[in-house]
Design a protein around this ligand. Structure first.
Ligand code: NI
Length: 160
C-alpha cells in the first residue's frame, strides 16, 4: 500500500468525468487500498479516485463506526429519497466546510473489490458520503451544491 498525492481544488482533473472500470483486477484492488490508506492518513470519511489523479469510477468510504470500510467500483445511485441539511467538507478543499442539502436515503449499486455486485441501502451520514463521492466521478464538487454563503474556513488544529 502507498499514500497517494491528493489533488486540490483548482486541479482540472477534479472537473473531469471518470471512466467505468471494465474489470476489477489487481491494479484496481491496489488503487482501492492506496485510496483507503491515503484517506485514513488525512482523517477523511470518503475519497474518490479523481482526487488521487485517476479518472476511474472507484470510491472508498469509512465512517469509523465499527463497520468495515466500503471499497466500491462503478457505484451508481439507483434511488434517492428525502432530504437532510448537512455540513460537509472534502479532502480536496482542506479546512473548508459548507452546508448543503443531501438525500436522506440512497440505494447504491456497485461492484466490490472482487468484482461482485453489491447493493447498499444507506441513510444519514452514509447516504451523504455516498452522494458526495459519486458526485466526484462526474466532476461535481461539494461547493457546487452548497447553500449560498455557507462556505467557512476553519483553521487547522496544529496552527492554533
Ligand atoms: Ni470530496
Amino acid at each position: 500500500m502507498a499514500i497517494r498525492e491528493i489533488r486540490l481544488n483548482g486541479d482540472e482533473i477534479l472537473r473531469k468525468k471518470s471512466r467505468v472500470v471494465e474489470e476489477v483486477d489487481d491494479r484496481i484492488r491496489e488503487l482501492l487500498d492506496d485510496m483507503l490508506e491515503t484517506m485514513h492518513k488525512y482523517n477523511g470519511v470518503g475519497l474518490a479516485a479523481p482526487q488521487v489523479g485517476i479518472l476511474k469510477r472507484v470510491i472508498v468510504i469509512d465512517l469509523y463506526d465499527g463497520n468495515p470500510p466500503l471499497k466500491l467500483v462503478n457505484p451508481v445511485i439507483t434511488k434517492a429519497k428525502g432530504e437532510q441539511e448537512v455540513e460537509e467538507g472534502c479532502l480536496s478543499f482542506p479546512n473548508q466546510y459548507a452546508k448543503m442539502v443531501r438525500p436522506e436515503e440512497v440505494v447504491v449499486e456497485a461492484l466490490d473489490e472482487n468484482g461482485k455486485k453489491v447493493k447498499i441501502k444507506a441513510k444519514g451520514l452514509l447516504a451523504q458520503a455516498l452522494s458526495h463521492e459519486v458526485d466526484h466521478l462526474e466532476g461535481i464538487l461539494f461547493v457546487d451544491n452548497m447553500l449560498p454563503g455557507t462556505l467557512e474556513y476553519v483553521e487547522p488544529e496544529e496552527s492554533k
